[in-house]
Ligand binder design. Sequence first.
Ligand code: FE2
Length: 258
Amino acid sequence: MRFLVIGDIVGRPGRKAIKQNLSHIKQDFGIDFTIANGENAAGGNGITRDIARELLNSGIDVITMGNHVWNKKEIYEYIENEGRLIRPANYPLGNPGLGMNIYNKDGVLIGVINVSGRVFMPPLDCPFRKVDELLKSLDNKVRVIIVDFHAEASSEKVAMGWYLDGRVSAVCGTHTHVQTADERILPGGTAYITDIGMTGPRDSVIGVKKEIVLEKFITQQPRRFEVADGLTQFNAVYIDVDVETGEAKDIKRIFNVE
Ligand code: FE2
């Protein structure tokens, strides 16, 4: 079964890149199931109900989130009723929504897990132990498991790849918005990439207007971030998984610019 996992969709340019790329990439790679990180889809900060619907209607099967999950208030209620939108599983008890959900695609059960790192990130529960807990709770009929590890530090992500090697089909890093060239199949059969990258404005500082970020770095004064415009990029990985064993057979990076 062929999966497409899309890197952080940033604002309107990111949504435009989805419109321009998604259907032809799905066709070219024969994609069966698509997962996208949407935590920056609304103006670079969080996601709204309307934008989540728009993305789901455009051919994305599951939206994962991250540290910006609670930025838009309406999501608190929406995430309770929309099982195709998941948020990091290691948020403390009392938060709405799910951190893992199971989907049925043509009779194949697919587990999707979203978990957040803790290095240079909010101090959530331990992501390693949280994934253990989630995997333990799964029925063994669920062989295909894709993890979106939303984390800042490459070391924490590489460590998670090794930790889950042989136990999940793929560990895909998100959050830094910069695609890494380290995609591989680990020895236990888990597809791994440190960061899928960003689907959003290319000539920017990780999605934000470069002039604003430069001013902030140079003056050390607070600045209001705005999503950049201009050329867009579409970043994703294609992953081929053997549905009988759950092992990944192939992972390829996709980096399109328009
Ligand atoms: Fe993030």
